[in-house]
Each structure stands twice: as C-alpha cells, then as structure tokens.
Design a protein around this ligand. Sequence first.
Ligand SMILES: N[C@@H]1[C@@H](O)[C@H](O)[C@@H](COP(=O)(O)O)O[C@@H]1O
Length: 261
Amino acid sequence: MEVVIVPDARAGGELVAEAMAQLLRRKPDAVLGMATGSTPLPVYEALADKVRSGAVDASRARIAQLDEYVGLPAGHPESYREVLRRQVVEPLGLGMDSFLGPDGAAEDVQAEADAYEKALAEAGGVDLQLVGIGTDGHIAFNEPCSSLSSRTRIKVLTEQTRADNARFFDGDIAQVPHQVLTQGVGTILDARHVVLMATGESKAEALAATVEGPVAAICPASALQLHRHATIVADEAAASKLKLADYFRYAYANKPSWQSI
Ligand SMILES: N[C@@H]1[C@@H](O)[C@H](O)[C@@H](COP(=O)(O)O)O[C@@H]1O
C-alpha cells in the first residue's frame, strides 16, 4: 500500500479529488464509492469545485454508498443516503438515478444487502472506493472482528462508534441506531482502487495498526494490506504514530512523476 502524508485535510481532499477527476477523464461513467463522516468532506468540496470550474465532467459518474443505518425512516436527514445526496450527488450536479445504495428502512434487510451486492456487480464493480476509518479501526461499519471476507450484511455497532456518531444526532447516543447495513470487508476489497483517508490525532493509533500492524480482524482496515491498489492519505496528526513515516514521505517524494496515487 502507498501511504501519502499530507500537511492537512484540505491538501488530502485535493489529492483524492484529483485522483477521482483523473479516473473520470479516463472512464466517464466510473463508479465512485463514497463514504460518510467528516473526513471525506474536503474531497467532496474539491471535486465539486473541479466540476463547477469545468476541470472535469462528472455527468456520467455513478455514486455508490458504503454503509447505512438500519431503521431510520426514509428521508431521515442523517440516513447516509440523504447525507450523500446532500454532500455528493447534488453538488456534483447528479440525480439520484446515478446513485446506488441499500435501503436501510427495508423490511427484509438481508435481502436488501444481497440485492445491493448484485447491483454493484451489475454496475461493473466499484472503480475507486473512498473510506474513512473509525477510532477502533473499522472501515465502513465493519467493526473489530468482522470477517475479512465479509459481504454486505447487517452489523451491530459498538458503543464507541455510536458515541462517536452521536454528534450527528443532537449529541444524543440514544438516537443512534444499533444496527447498520454495511459493505463487507470483502466487498470493499473488490473495488479496483481503495483510498483510505484519515485526519486528526484521534485516528493515529488505528492508522498505525492498519498500516504497520498485522493483518487482523481486530483492526478491519488492516485488510487493505492485502489489496493490490490501496492508498492511505493521512494528515500529519493521523500519521503521527507511524514508525515508517519518514520512509513514506521519501517514497512519495521520489516516485515516478507519471504515477498518480
Ligand atoms: N460508517 C462511518 C465510516 O464510514 C467512517 O469512516 C467513520 C469515521 O467518521 P469520521 O470521518 O467522521 O471520523 O464514521 C462512520 O462510522
């Protein structure tokens, strides 16, 4: 995996948005897997700027959802479908016909998960999957000890993740659902390129386990070590516990100029 240490979240956002733009120039109907949370926001802002300025045409892009709360009523502002509609689909000038995602309000949740796997396969698979990381090393909503070959399915959140996400629910953990639908670790590994973005000190420990620890289900993000094209984009604070940080900086500074992330 390549580890790119950037000065701040804004620089990371620009780098990842440019990789998405390059992909769209090469493959205009690419499937972009988009994550929720605070971390990817600079990517979405930078990509929308590129679309507005005409630097890239995203009109044929397809947007795929990573995970979703179970049981929030359709249209709930914190359902990830709504979050991605506000933060990605609309700013890129797309309609929801470009969007792929499971319905967290479906009655038969496992059937919905299976249908989502099928929809992703029929769309030709995800070209670039952006993920964040939880403080416990989760990717999407694959909590510690998730199967590293899991597919989209229902999961129960840890208390820590619910506490971390309570800020989106008026700071009230009681409003954060216990159950979620999430792409599995195996589903994420099927994407052609996976980009994990991490910013801030609170992610430093999980990031060190992801990059330099063993591949282990206790840190689901460590499964990215098995991916042939995984890129970690971390700011200085998130990278602060990496033992090989100097090597990663050196490698990035000396890579071929034609090679993007
Ligand atoms: N399901 C999401 C993850 O996809 C995200 O990576 C994580 C971290 O969010 P943040 O980027 O806000 O720290 O939050 C949630 O748990």
